[in-house]
Design a protein around this ligand. Sequence first.
Ligand code: NAG
Ligand code: NAG
Ligand code: NAG
Length: 405
Amino acid sequence: MRQNALVAAVWLVAIALAGYERAAAGVTLSTASRWIVDESGNRVKLACVNWPSHLEPMLAEGLGKQPVDAIARDVAAMGFNCVRLTWPTFMVTNASYSSLTVAQSFQRLNLTESLAGIRVNNPAVVDLKLIDAFKTVVSSLGASNVMVILDNHVSKPGWCCGNNDGNGFFGDAFFDPDVWVDGLTKMATIFSGVPNVVGMSLRNELRGPRQNTADWYKYMQRGAEAVHAANSRVVVILSGLSFDNDLAFLNSRQVSVSFAGKVAFEVHWYGFSNGQEWRAGNANQVCARIAASVARRALYLLDQGWPVFLSEFGVDNRGGNVNDNRYYGCVAAVAADLDLDWALWTLQGSYYLREGVLGLDEVYGVLDWAWCKPRNDTALSRLNALQRPFRGSHSPPLPPATTLY
Ligand SMILES: *[C@@H]1O[C@H](CO)[C@@H](O)[C@H](O)[C@H]1NC(C)=O
Ligand SMILES: *[C@@H]1O[C@H](CO)[C@@H](O)[C@H](O)[C@H]1NC(C)=O
Ligand SMILES: *[C@@H]1O[C@H](CO)[C@@H](O)[C@H](O)[C@H]1NC(C)=O
């Protein structure tokens, strides 16, 4: 009997895993009220990690450190079923960038050491055009059964985000709405036949002195239509104002597009979004107050029947940042309670070049500086607890997560 029970339990886990894996492969996603679902209406929970490819070199970070296939396998092995892969508009719209090969892009920035690392670890991408190297990363993730959300992060390649960096809002120095729509259309078209590309987020963290709701509706609706016309498979994800902290305005006016079942919203929530309030106050009181504020600004949309993707959150993985540690307990509780779809900031243990610093260490990265292993196993296992669905419409019940580890 014991043995039969064990066999049955193993089968249950195997069946659940098979469903989970199949969901990640070539699935077409849509929305059913607040849930993301597959073709059969079964819930697919997005448990993603951000992987930047929008900084000056315009190549997914880490390819100087490890082979792209090894990184993709690590993403899957750490329990993520999806990557929010960032890209800069100019990589596909501006010939001074789009014409470059990987080698030329790194040479122009004098990133000699990184380029040498890429030659060793990923020789096949060195002489590819940047967009073709980007496709290589996407297909490598596909081979590891990892879904991809293409995130338009900035226009001009570089670290994001400042109020006055020219990339913040429609009409800013580098943010011509026509060029943006052209870039979205190009990316949607290029990836229309690629099965693991399941979503596109239209623009990261709108912000700055020019931001206003009238232009938000005008251009976000236009961008959404352009993406859907070029690629009707992807879920179109819309971010809010004020660094993607604010979707409150949708309470008085809904978004209006010509298609249904393919629109989701995204929100960002960090410890530092509220300065040092976590460190300064009583953690329970601060959590109650700030969680209510995030609900008023964004998560209320769940109750109105829209998916809200927590597409950036994360902490200093070294464990010494009190503000971040207190915040994490709160954001994780909210993510579990509402069973949110989410994307951790972030995968990269280090950058080729960030804000002028070569090889900058990313303390929010799940991987270590060398992209070899998890930076902090404790932080990772805490995160693993959030990766499986807790509830959700149409979903068959899954065995408890403890069975699987
Ligand atoms: C192309 O890139 C250059 C250099 O960043 C920039 O000055 C220019 O405005 C861009 N052109 C267009 C059409 O976006
Ligand atoms: C790259 O190095 C050359 C030669 O030392 C220098 O002239 C150029 O300004 C450098 N470019 C960058 C982007 O650092
Ligand atoms: C890992 O994270 C935990 C929890 O925040 C922390 O206590 C610990 O010091 C961290 N360890 C390392 C090696 O950074």
